[in-house]
Write a protein that binds this ligand. Sequence first.
Ligand code: G3H
Length: 483
Amino acid sequence: GELLPWGGSVQAVYSPIYIRDSSGELKPAVIGSYPLGGEDEAKLALQAAVTAFDAGKGEWPSMSVQERIKRIWVLIQHMIRRKEDIVKLIVWEIGKTVQDADTEFERTIGYILESIKALKKLTNESSQFIVQQNFIGQVKKVPHGVVLCMGPFNYPLNETFTTLIPALLMGNTVLFKPPKQGTLLFEPILEGFAEAFPKGVVNTVYGRGRDIVPTLMQSGDVDVLALIGSSKVANSLKKMHPKSNRLKSILGLDAKNAAIICADADIALAVKECVAGALTYNGQRCTALKLLFVHSSLVQNFNERLVEEVDKLVVGMPWESGVTITPLAEPDKPAYLVNCIQDALVHGATILNNGHDSQTTTGSLVKPTVLFPVNEQMIVYREEQFGPIIPIVPFDNPQVAIDYITQSPYGQQVSLFSSDPTTLSLIIDRLTGQVGRININAQCQRSPDSFPFSGRKDSAEGTLSVVDALTAFSVDSVVAMKH
Ligand code: G3H
């Protein structure tokens, strides 16, 4: 509810986009800075959130749903006024194409509007009385308390808001730490938080995660951990909470989504969906296709067509027309990917396309690289590359792919490509319950946002979608009377 002055140290923000310095050397552009808060700022924010919630009796949790929605509208209007700056910062901070950054903004506004609609419906339903046996009762959805929201670098605005907005709509107060890459874009939004909400309702803490988040978690005052990120981080944060049985976690985590391209698949369709599924935003999506299992009878034909499409993709800057492959947001990612490629080559794969080579892979740009044949000895078989590499595994028996998915530590989504309903239903039967979503003749993806978005094993905890999120950020409170 207020913007505090800052006199401490700051962190420079480097763009993944390289520019030439005065000596002509290509270097990451410095695009701004943010305050480096620490333990003191974390405690201040926490105190503000706890006080504003006031055990459910604070102004925000006790405000009517209609009034809360009005306040969210103030935020929406502010964001729309600042859209140009927000989109520009997404482009420069995380290297997303201008078109994709614009889509991220619009999708976020759409998500908020859908959430408002769903909340009105939910509120209407919960105002009804339930009459059963000799009881008459009413179920109200009430907030949990203080929610710690942390989004990922790849959808810094959208995926932060998929937890922050439902948390707020349901009456919780929020602690928010922006992602390491994707911090500056919240600067134009802060004034909107201040204008829309009472003091202490949204508390943004800037700084390094390790200097802030342990203080918040160890306090025991965080009621909900809402994190879209890695399972390693989620596990370590959960362990820090002194009353872990009272902590609710809503988590979107790692994934190694596979596609199974069966002998009777429509090759053109499978190629189109796999290229988009693997390489949209350079493969830096949790839902990206990260391993393709292709039946041996069509693998040569599939590979030729896939390579043709991949080599058409334009590698360049996010504002250039027709560009798909852009600078990678995480500074250490290019070296990791080059190591994955070299490891695959050592273990018997070849690069099928005009992919990575030491001359053309410079700075933060890595060319899309198709690797074949991939086997279980390779890093790209096991690890979530989160980058523009397409590993292809040939198979004769689909059981190989089914076993891979059932034995994987992850379980987010899978894509099946086949024209035969019997083949499809056999594989669907085997994979139902192993992953959060099975896509038929289509790439893996989160949308439509009204679909439940979840996963099994190390891929998720809880379900996020418009309606599911409202439920996740609230608890049922029942009043029952015997008659
Ligand atoms: O990075 C993980 C996102 O949830 C992916 O979302 O499928 O809409 O790109 P998306």
